[in-house]
Ligand binder design. Structure first.
Ligand code: ATP
Ligand code: MG
Ligand code: MG
Ligand code: MG
Length: 467
């Protein structure tokens, strides 16, 4: 079953159970300052959960685009993590609860997409006997396939939360780790977490306390790419039809082969993930910048470009990957299908900009690290991290990543201090500008001063240079 068909099958199944299907919401949260980006299917539906808004139907199903920058380091290193992915979900707002949610999840997995029951495992919150009994006595899951885990409590920032129950697919011992206690919930790739059912019965308040919700809700999330990987018999999510064409296109461009060298594979996976993320973010209206969501985008985009370099690619390569991403996801995600040309222009602009300075920045960083290594130092000074940021457009996280590949850490405090100093200089420059406008008779003098002041020149170049 293809990824796009799987998304369809899920949504149709829950429509047949009385759910209203909604299009994916934007990755940019609406009226929710507690979140930078949407990271779960329930996030855009929060007002329906809290009762702030009345939902158009008490049962809703979506395939929600999600961004989790917290998983960035995992990308390419585990079989199952992306920064950008789609979360399939069915939601109940004070309508059905635990029993139905469990029964329908089981029905979908074992009857619609026909997964092997013997390879499915579930976990429940230790106190949640009702969930345990529903799995065991009603769905017939063997006791040896059910475990109680303290971790099974779900929350994201403020808002609805509660105990949960997770479903895992046993991919076999060859995907496992050396831990003799390896079981569902282990960090390795053997027991793949495919679906989380959250039985939402509390509301987390701004002060961190939990209040019982008036109406109990259901919030579930299943990773589309993970389910596709199981159905398509892939070793990792990256080999599914939702992602692999991007890897193929990149490998071809770089003249490398996938599955040949572990480092090459990490770069190919990172690029594939980031190409999807960048396309989705820009489609939803995020533009590269030095703060907030725009910084997330810039950081991911530049990280992808750098991995392109690691593969030996010269010149623009990320921009044409947008076409590949849109070919794959466009049929299922309207916002992505509609914005292709715009997305490509934004990516190309940012890619060109970064290409201009990447080489020089890398050279500088590498020779700096050589010098530091000769001096037996292990920390890259904050002033150097700042210089790379300011002059070469290196997000500090990128510098940190490159440094750590060579066994170095970076001086965060020193970097912060340099940033603060620069902001201070920029502020002073603005004050001078204001004074210039307010007192036209001394304009000439102030202009001279501005030109004399190197720091102001540097910061105005910076502002032009980095949108
Ligand atoms: P994991 O333990 O594997 O990191 P999670 O417990 O953090 O997953 P949830 O927050 O429960 O994940 O999200 C619901 C579902 O979304 C997961 O069961 C999984 O199928 C999918 N999912 C979560 N994070 C990712 C990710 N980074 N990439 C791809 N799919 C994901
Ligand atoms: Mg996780
Ligand atoms: Mg988990
Ligand atoms: Mg989970």
């Amino acid at each position: 079953m293809k990824g796009n068909e799987l998304r369809q099958a899920y949504l149709q199944f829950f429509e047949s159970k009385g759910h209203l299907k909604l299009d994916t919401f934007s990755l940019i949260p609406e009226n929710d300052p507690s979140l930078l980006l949407i990271g779960a299917g329930m996030a855009p539906l929060k007002p329906f959960f809290t009762g702030k808004l009345v939902p158009p139907c008490r049962r809703i199903t979506t395939s929600q685009t999600c961004m989790r920058t917290g998983d960035l380091e995992n990308v390419g290193r585990t079989a199952r993590h992306h920064t950008f992915f789609e979360m399939l979900g069915n939601f109940s707002f004070g309508d059905y609860f635990k029993k139905e949610a469990i029964h329908w999840a089981w029905e979908f997995l074992t009857e619609v997409i026909k997964l092997d029951k013997n390879r499915l495992y579930v976990t429940v919150y230790p106190d949640d006997q009702e969930a345990y009994d529903t799995w065991h006595k009603e769905c017939g899951v063997e006791e040896s396939h059910i475990s109680r885990l303290e971790d099974n409590f779900w929350e994201i920032g403020e808002g609805p939360c509660g105990p949960d129950s997770e479903i895992f697919f046993d991919q076999g011992p060859e995907h496992g780790c050396d831990d003799p206690n390896c079981a569902p919930g282990c960090d390795c790739d053997r027991y793949l977490e495919i679906w989380n059912l959250v039985f939402t019965q509390f509301n987390k308040m701004p002060d961190g306390s939990y209040e019982p919700l008036q109406h109990k809700n259901i919030d579930t999330g299943a990773g589309l790419e993970r389910l596709a990987s199981v159905l398509q018999g892939c070793r990792t999510n990256f080999e599914t039809d939702l992602i692999y064409p991007i890897i193929e296109a990149t490998a071809k461009r770089a003249g490398v082969t996938y599955n040949d060298n572990p480092n090459t594979d990490v770069s190919l996976k990172v690029i594939a993930d980031h190409a999807r993320a960048v396309t989705a973010l820009i489609s939803d209206g995020v533009l590269p910048s030095n703060e907030g969501r725009g910084y997330v985008l810039r950081r991911i985009l530049r990280r992808a470009v750098r991995h392109g370099r690691l593969l030996g690619i010269e010149g623009i390569f990320l921009t044409p990957l947008v076409d590949v991403v849109v070919d794959i996801l466009g049929p299922g995600i309207k916002s992505i299908a509609e914005k292709k040309d715009f997305v490509k222009r934004v990516v190309q602009n940012e890619e060109e900009r970064f290409n201009q300075t990447l080489e020089q920045g890398l050279e500088l960083l590498n020779s700096l690290i050589d010098t530091l290594a000769a001096e037996k130092a292990t920390v890259v000074p904050g002033s150097e991290v700042f210089k790379l940021y300011d002059t070469y457009g290196f997000p500090w996280e990128l510098t940190e990543e490159i440094a750590s590949e060579r066994g170095f850490t970076i001086d965060h405090e020193g970097f912060e201090a340099a940033m603060k100093e620069q902001r201070e200089r920029a502020r002073e420059a603005r004050v001078k500008e204001d004074a210039k406008v307010a007192t036209p008779d001394i304009t000439f003098l102030k202009d001279e001063e501005l030109i004399e002041d190197e720091s102001v020149k540097a910061s105005s170049v910076l502002m032009i240079g980095k949108g």
